[in-house]
Design a protein around this ligand. Sequence first.
Ligand code: FAD
Length: 467
Amino acid sequence: MSRSSAVITLDQSDLQAWAAGFAGEIIQPADPAYADARKVWNESIQKDPALLLRPTGSSDVIAALAYARDRGLEVAVRAGGHSIAGFSTTEGGMVIDLSRLKGIRVDTQHRRAHVQAGVLWKELDRETQAFGLAVTGGLISSTGVAGFTLGGGIGWLQRKHGLACDNLVSADVVTVDGSLVHASEKENSDLLWALRGGGGNFGIVTSFEFELHPVGPEVMSGLTFYPGESASDVLAFFRDLQPRASRDLMLAAVLRLAPPAPFLPEDVHGKPVIVLAGMHAGPLDQASRELAPLKDIAKPIADVMVPRPYVQMQTLLDASWQPGFQNYWKAEYLSALPDGAIQVLVDHLATITSPLSDFKIPFLGGAISDVPEEGSAYGHRDAPFILNINARWAESSDADRHIAWTRDLWREMQPYSAGGTYTNFTSVDDQDRTPDSYGEVKYKRLSELKRRFDPENVLHLNQNIRP
Ligand SMILES: Cc1cc2nc3c(=O)[nH]c(=O)nc-3n(C[C@H](O)[C@H](O)[C@H](O)COP(=O)(O)OP(=O)(O)OC[C@H]3O[C@@H](n4cnc5c(N)ncnc54)[C@H](O)[C@@H]3O)c2cc1C
């Protein structure tokens, strides 16, 4: 693929004249920084933008949008760059890369965090935990706060404190007509409703305000590994525990081939395992009591579920989720996990195609289901589980078999679907499922808001809501 055709069309004297009013960084294909700047987390996505702009504030974002609109450039918006579908880059268009917007202000008195759009979860967790506070954040610390929150935001604290988007109190949004709009319960409340799960469809958020909660600093958390042969028993236990688990407890069942981790016996490396990964956000003695039955389901291969700092738990899984690999993901909310579903999962553990892939089922419920289904854009709040299939491999030439395995597992789990998918986990071929993520009534309301805030669908590189 040629990496140069689209870019020469930019009029350099026009760009130079415009740049006088732009305070941020401008990166073009000829610049040394371009090779790194064009990359996104998912190596399967290879696109060459004509221009990357790194604004220093809302006025730069307004200027960038105007530049793109006036010259007919496609716009991609990037915060942490973790979109699996590759929405945060464009072939021949402009990337508005918000990574220089790193400001965080923690208001301990009101338990609020004011967070600029380029902040990553590891940065926000560190800052809030300095004061014993936190908001539901990603399981992997390199994820961007912005894209994660706008799509929903599933994390270890969600059953106690709701999704990230449920904790979004207000936002500053640059709309495509160049206005700066504040969205809160009092001002533009319908826009806030849409930002809580409706993704990047309505404007570019430059700053987020979150509600914070006392957390930790030590929480019982980590991983318990069981042999693959115990997968049915572990999944049945996990299923039966969900309706009676406390809101402090968030567990995910993870099925994969054992990684070569130092705490796992060498003879297990590369063999099928099932892992219960989790965190208990309550007092340590309560956590010990509630987690004690995990040791009796089957004999664990390794048990590293121990008291540890919350910030450490937030980075515990990072090593397996580095950038630079090929990825194809699919997700489905599940209405239940009957024995038939467990059998499908166990069968696909036996045929998993890559030592880097996994599929996982986190608990949902708790505080997520407290918000009425129509209370925010985010959908399927009643689902007790979600299935995330994360195929991951090294060589691009290998894609077909990993993608086929992913689609096969997803297809066989359809009888247990709650009727939709989570937009933050979808791949590029899932666009037609966006309406199902919200349901008919909410999708209609979201379309009306899209018509109001972005009638020409300038911001279409996302799980697109059509105006
Ligand atoms: C390794 C990994 C781990 C993950 N773990 C979790 C997890 O634990 N829980 C979970 O819920 N999800 C998880 N995800 C999915 C994640 O929530 C989405 O990929 C999300 O889009 C990432 O946000 P980002 O800012 O990094 O992405 P980007 O690629 O930068 O942005 C994705 C999209 O969000 C929109 N967007 C981003 N910033 C803005 C903004 N400021 N204003 C308007 N629109 C914007 C744009 O449409 C953009 O294309 C994970 C993804 C990866 C790759």
